[in-house]
Design a protein around this ligand. Structure first.
Ligand SMILES: [Fe+2]
Length: 397
């Protein structure tokens, strides 16, 4: 690990609790919020899986007026967020939200609390848009996937389908008040979703570790997170009921959210947004496909950091020189994707090759992620990265 010589600082405003069954004790945290009305937000799959009843029962058991909304869709758009915000209308100061779900649900609630407090529409508050300046209703985040780390971050990504864009809202008001990490809620997650979301968590820690904005605090979390994912993601996919694997993945995912809050991300996330916006790829799958291609592009900028990642992923680097060890890191990622049964290339996903220039161009506009990528790409280099991800190697044809 490199020790940064740059100044750094951290403070962390979210109270995180981890434990089996902890979501059923949500009433303890709800009481501390001192509000009368709870709006529980989730999606249809989670409702069908029966994960919401114990949470709602815990809230209603204390006499809280509880409303349920289970209509969140993947890659939420502004309208859904606005609709959720409207549920708090006229009682904003008496209401708190509970987000039970993966990144889409938690992101919906983050945008909804902004709209509930400020009015207007979620996309009005994207980066560079209207300011988020008021206090927002508090919310409790209960993740049901181990991937985005959204439960510990002050960012949300909202889709703008007509413009085929994904837009980011950010601000300290977007932190949850509490994050309850209950690994039992992730036991029913299908293997493919486990794999894709787990690859997002891996991308988060690798990009945070190698970011130009990184610091020792973020790097410690990132490296530990990478080692946990390398050790446990395969088991979580192979044995969906393995509570130890699920627990480790949930904590690693939280580490990912924590470390990228401080360190920033990189080109993988810059590429993943246009891939999701144009072709509907899940965030996890988009990051998984781009990750090894971006790592290979970045290698020359910080081989010692990629060597650390290789070691964290379980590669025996004895006898390898620095670049050899660094090159083992993207190889280990591809091996992991093979083991998880994920596609390796954009070609396998039927992304049209002629659209790669558009994807490269739009990725270059994702400055907030690109500005901390360890190697600064120009557009033609970004296109080469997309070709690498398309073919699974560097050749164009
Ligand atoms: Fe991510």
């Amino acid at each position: 690990m490199l020790l940064s010589t740059r100044q750094f600082s951290f403070s962390y405003p979210v109270w995180v609790e981890f434990g089996c069954g902890i979501s059923r004790r949500i009433h303890e945290k709800a009481a501390a919020l001192k509000r009368e009305k709870a709006i529980v937000v989730s999606d249809p799959g989670i409702a069908r899986a029966g994960l919401l009843e114990p949470i709602v029962a815990s809230l209603e058991g204390t006499g809280l007026q509880t409303t349920l909304f289970t209509g969140v869709e993947p890659d939420p758009c502004g309208e859904i967020c606005d609709g959720v915000a409207a549920m708090a209308k006229e009682s904003c100061e008496h209401t708190f939200f509970v987000a039970v779900g993966g990144g889409s649900v938690i992101d919906t609630v983050k945008a909804a609390v902004v709209v509930a407090a400020h009015g207007g529409s979620a996309l009005d508050y994207r980066r560079g848009g209207k300011k988020i300046e008021k206090n927002c209703p508090p919310y409790i985040a209960i993740p049901t996937t181990a991937g985005t780390g959204a439960e510990v971050s002050p960012y949300t990504v909202i889709s703008d389908p007509p413009r085929k864009k994904k837009l980011v809202l950010e601000g300290p008001q977007l932190w949850p008040r509490y994050a309850l990490l209950d690994p039992e809620l992730t036991l029913g997650l299908p293997p493919r979703v486990t794999a894709e979301t787990g690859m997002d968590a891996l991308t988060n820690v690798i990009e945070a570790y190698t970011s130009t904005g990184t610091d020792p605090f973020a790097q410690a979390l990132a490296l530990k997170g990478a080692a946990m994912i390398g050790q446990w993601l395969r088991k979580a996919v192979a044995q969906p009921q393995n509570l130890e694997a699920r627990s480790n993945m949930l904590v690693a995912s939280m580490f990912g959210g924590l470390c990228f809050d401080y360190a920033g991300l990189g080109a993988v996330h810059a590429c993943s947004h246009p891939l999701g916006a144009h072709f509907g790829l899940s965030h996890g799958l988009a990051t998984a496909i781009m990750l090894p291609a971006v790592m290979e592009f970045n290698l020359m900028a910080c081989p010692e950091l990629y060597r650390d990642i290789a070691v964290a992923l379980g590669v025996d680097i004895s006898g390898m020189n620095l670049f050899g060890a660094a090159e083992a890191a993207p190889r280990a990622v591809r091996r992991l994707m093979d083991d998880l049964g994920l596609p390796r290339t954009l070609q396998e996903l039927n992304i049209p090759e002629e659209e790669l220039p558009l994807l490269a161009r739009e990725s270059m506009q994702e400055r907030a992620n690109l500005c901390t990528n360890p190697r600064v790409p120009d557009e033609s280099q970004m296109l080469s990265v997309f070709y690498r991800a398309y073919h699974g190697h560097s050749g164009r044809k």
